[in-house]
Design a protein around this ligand. Structure first.
Ligand code: DUR
Length: 322
């Protein structure tokens, strides 16, 4: 970003672009899909109106690697943003998006996850109904912590769960159910992809330690942790973003309410998770299988954003500059 930034509390350029996301007011729609990587963002944006000609599609690749693509889907403005992975990236995204979007927002995370549930295998797409944070207890590993203190605490912690708004959950599930891909004998052992709602998710602060993956190169003390999450919290899927999105949206909504703008500034959230890893069998998904799930889920999320979730206060009639 070459422009000079002002305001150390919330750095902005002279055009109002935020420091990391790099979007100015008018460049981000009220309805947003967030994904982890560029190619997924581009494949979803290929479903936008006039995608082939790129007419009316705004694109911004920030120096901090956020890729924003804004266009319309069935004439309604939508954005897809590749934010990367993990808690801090969700925080950057939501705070900076809130800064430049006027009105209500609906933000859906579309990403991959690992499954802890034998009945939810590769080839499934799930809609969580609740998400917990799963975090490493850094103090437990601190060299100043005594063995006695370690016995009285745990190396990993699980937060209270946050429920997904039922209307968003149900709309996402209905769109997935209504457009299921057909079976293909080359993919998913010949079984058709399936979708499952009502799932309990954990969003972890690591792909490795707090998700119970063992790594002899690190002291992680996570043997049996997956089983504990299943027993203690009914955890079925693990990824790294949904909980933070929900928790921060709640904070945004509380702040808006306190300012008497609870309705106009409401942030609504949801998630769709594609099972890429089966933690029972250690199977990982094949690239051709990813394509099928991504197209199905991407379209379902876009349809939900424009039809399944109604927003009343938007910039839909505003313009953005290409
Ligand atoms: N992810 C996990 N765990 C898995 C599979 C997928 O965290 O087992 C998600 C979260 C993150 C990315 O965005 O995919 C890491 O590969």
């Amino acid at each position: 970003m070459k422009d000079t930034l002002s305001n150390a509390n919330f750095p902005l350029t002279s055009t109002g672009a935020t420091y990391h996301l790099g979007c100015s007011p008018g460049q981000l729609a009220n309805r947003i899909i967030i994904v982890g990587d560029f190619s997924r963002a581009r494949r979803i944006a290929a479903l936008f109106d006039d995608a082939a000609s790129k007419q009316g599609i705004f694109e911004n690749h920030s120096s901090r690697q956020f890729l924003t693509l804004t266009g319309t889907f069935h004439s309604t403005p939508v954005s897809v943003v590749a934010i990367g992975m993990g808690f801090p990236l969700v925080d950057f995204f939501l705070r900076e998006a809130r800064k430049v979007v006027q009105g209500e927002m609906c933000v859906i995370r579309l990403g991959s996850c690992g499954s802890l549930d034998k009945t939810i295998g590769l080839g499934s797409v799930v809609v969580p109904r609740r998400s917990h944070g799963v975090v490493r207890n850094y103090d437990w590993f601190h060299e100043g912590t005594s063995d006695e203190e370690r016995r009285g605490s745990k190396p990993y912690q699980v937060t209270r769960g946050i429920d997904v708004e039922p209307g968003v959950h149900d709309a996402l599930l209905a769109e997935l159910e209504g457009n299921k891909p057909a079976a293909d004998e080359e993919l998913f052992n010949g079984h058709p992809p399936s979708c499952v709602g009502g799932v309990v998710n954990g969003s972890a602060d690591s792909f490795y330690s707090s998700q119970g993956r063992s790594d002899p190169a690190f002291w992680d003390e996570n043997e049996g942790w997956v089983e504990e999450m299943v027993k203690g919290w009914g955890m079925q899927t693990l990824e790294m973003e949904t909980f933070v999105l929900q928790s921060l949206a709640h904070s945004a909504n509380k702040a808006a309410e306190a300012q008497g703008k609870g309705e106009e500034q409401r942030v609504r959230t949801g998630a769709v998770q594609m099972i890429f890893a089966n933690r029972h069998t250690s199977d990982f998904i094949k690239p051709q299988e990813v394509d099928v799930l991504e197209r199905w889920a991407g379209e379902a999320v876009l349809r939900t954003l424009i039809g399944g979730v109604e927003l009343h206060h938007t910039m839909d009639d505003g313009v953005w500059n290409n």
